[in-house]
Design a binder for this molecule. Sequence first.
Ligand code: PGA
Length: 245
Amino acid sequence: MCRSLVVGNWKMHGGRVEAVRLAGAIQALVVGCASEIVLSPPFPFLPLVAEKLAGSGIGLAAQNVAVDMSGAFTGEVAAEMVADVGCQYVIVGHSERRTLMGESDQLVADKVVAVLRAGMVPIVCVGETLEERQADETEAVVGRQLHQVLENLKDLPAAGLVVAYEPVWAIGSGLTARPEQVAQVHGFIREALGHRGDGGRILYGGSVKPDNAEALFALENVDGGLIGGASLDEESFAAICRAAG
Ligand code: PGA
């Protein structure tokens, strides 16, 4: 079995001083924790957090990247740039980017390729909206999102690919998917990945908190979590990391 993975997605929160403080506080609290831990601060703070985490074993993820490697793309950040400042992972296709920034399945799939080409591991987010769940379309939606990514990979090695199942209705809402809902979708994802999922991990995300983390992480095919709100509090995030292993 793979080592579990817990990723803290800070989204667009905090400032320079708080980013360094939070990284240091988390580092101190997770010493001896068996799970792999990754922090994802906003772009400007990546080098500072990388410096703070040096030698700690805690990894670094960017929250997004451009498809292109360089060029006249004002405001974009290339995969190689975030690799250059110390990222090993990139969150790709988070539902906030899909819905608020209009990222399509094809764009997400192209970003996955850009991340792999830059030598990093994509954390590919998939998940259904409440309307889609109520219309019994969860597997169709997640299947479509994954299919596009796998099609795009072609022969690119995808060893260690990370998929995060994040039901859109559970993100930041305080509503967590029920264990049987999580288990079902994670099983579906494992099957859909087939051999491309070998050595990869499937994370759950959406209102994970210290009091529900253990039950979620105990489920079959749940290899860790993608944590939003609770990752901004060092005590909560460390408790979640401990629950993962
Ligand atoms: P949340 O966010 O933990 O605040 O629900 C999860 C995410 O957006 O990755």
